[in-house]
Unconditional design. Sequence first.
Length: 279
Amino acid sequence: MGIIIHVDGGSRGNPGPAGAGVSIRSDTGELVHEGAYFLNTQTNNGAEYLALIRALQRVEQRRTDRVDIFSDSELLVRQITGEYRVKSPKLAKLFEQVQFLLLKTPKWSIRHIRREENCRADELANLAMDRGRDVIVYDDDPAASGETPPASPDSEEASDNEPNLAGHLASTDMKPPIVGDSEFVRSARVTLVRAPKSGGCPVGACAQDSFSVERSLPEGLCLHAAHALLPTILAILNTAPGEFDAVPTMTVRCMRPECAATFQVSPIRGVNGESGVPT
């Protein structure tokens, strides 16, 4: 079964009181979830990211073959697809959370749409800002229905992106990978599938067409490519052992517009330090 997600986020003041709207349906049209989430004080862009995180959290436990995401935020879409760099440190944290959640999705797409095509998500975001609390309008899981108590916009902790989310996010922070366990050693395979444009790479060209990453990146990789690859590599290296084999191959594009080099990143399970994939 496929899932279709519409998300929107906004703030009144930028930054100011913010809300996220999430509308989720199956690909056959059945309503799965509609939620309005109050985010305390956020920027517009932060609210857009948090809306997407809320949506991906909701579908994480469902058995789905594909997730199609629609947003009227061009910045969000272009950053997720690698066309734009993530310059803001706060957005970079949220970008990493999105990458981690997308790693658990077998197939996904994200597309920019016009605001008038995203009306329901916009209504839900405004509902959250009007009410000053989360409102679950509908959920096909009865345990997820109902409203949460009002959030305090004066809370310093609540205004900082991650603490305002459900506890799941606290467990997905980018921590140093666990590499000392002799029974399970994580590494990631990076493969260059599209070379940089002529003259587009500041170091001339990628030194290697394929390499594995366990603790460090190889020499000869430009900063732009490293910046694009690191969130996905870190998410793979921090995946729990029980979920590691299910991590799909991810496509990552260099964030330097003149370059447009494209990589595929996939997990390698190592036993007693030996790679499960030939080098």
